[in-house]
Write a protein that binds this ligand. Structure first.
Ligand code: G4P
Ligand code: NA
Ligand code: NA
Length: 190
């Protein structure tokens, strides 16, 4: 997606350990117009799939996921990372390991927001090692619902997330694919 690549070139900052900082439009400040274009692009890419719900993880997945839900006219549910105050909820939970932080955190979704015939699209801001997606796939399996695809805003193709998803034969679309962040430079695929 050219609009997104241009924005990454212009505002992305390469940090140590292969981290791309894009907090001026995605991870802290959010550009709603760019996110709406992102949402419409995912809606187009997954138009042929029978999707009834969008799933993501708080917090940075919410903006692109909501815009995708808006474009597809489907509801959006984000997995929580922290216990909600309404502890009475019956929850699906999964462990998510972060290679960056070397910690394991739980994500959870209230069972009442998943219906037996749901067929979901996962949306997330970054695909690195794929652990957040793995966590959502664990919940989807436990809930016994269908996954129709995974939409990623920015993929770091040199990390192992894609391989994990392809192994499961789930359709994967990434709007910007980064081949390398070496020497502080963003190199896109192709
Ligand atoms: P990891 O194994 O490298 O930790 O990768 P993982 O895919 O599990 O991602 C862990 C967190 O780091 C996720 O956010 C993910 O979006 C973010 N992340 C991974 N690579 C990059 C990067 O190059 N740039 C930025 N900006 N973020 C990256 P999170 O901890 O769930 O936080 P949140 O922002 O969604 O709240
Ligand atoms: Na994220
Ligand atoms: Na993030």
């Amino acid at each position: 997606m050219k609009l997104l690549e241009d924005r990454i070139r212009k505002e992305g900052i390469v940090l140590p350990h292969d981290v791309l900082k894009v907090d001026s439009f995605l991870n802290h400040q959010v550009d709603p117009e760019l996110m709406f274009e992102v949402g419409k692009e995912f809606a187009k890419l997954f138009a042929d799939k029978p999707i009834t719900k969008i799933l993501t993880v708080e917090s940075s997945g919410i903006a692109p996921a909501v815009m995708t839900g808006l474009a597809m006219h489907e509801p959006v549910v984000f997995a929580r990372k922290h216990k909600s105050l309404t502890l009475t909820d019956d929850l699906y939970t999964a462990d998510v390991y972060s290679y960056t932080k070397q910690t394991t955190n739980k994500i959870s979704i209230a069972k009442r927001f998943i219906e037996p015939n749901d067929s979901v699209l996962i949306i997330d801001d970054f695909l690195a090692n794929g652990q957040a997606v793995e966590g959502l796939l664990t919940i989807i399996k436990e809930a016994n619902i269908e996954v129709q695809g995974i939409g990623i805003v920015i993929e770091k193709t040199f990390q192992k997330g894609r391989a994990l998803i392809e192994k499961r034969q789930i359709p994967l679309e990434a709007l910007a694919q980064i081949a390398s962040l070496e020497n502080g430079q963003v190199q896109f695929v192709k």
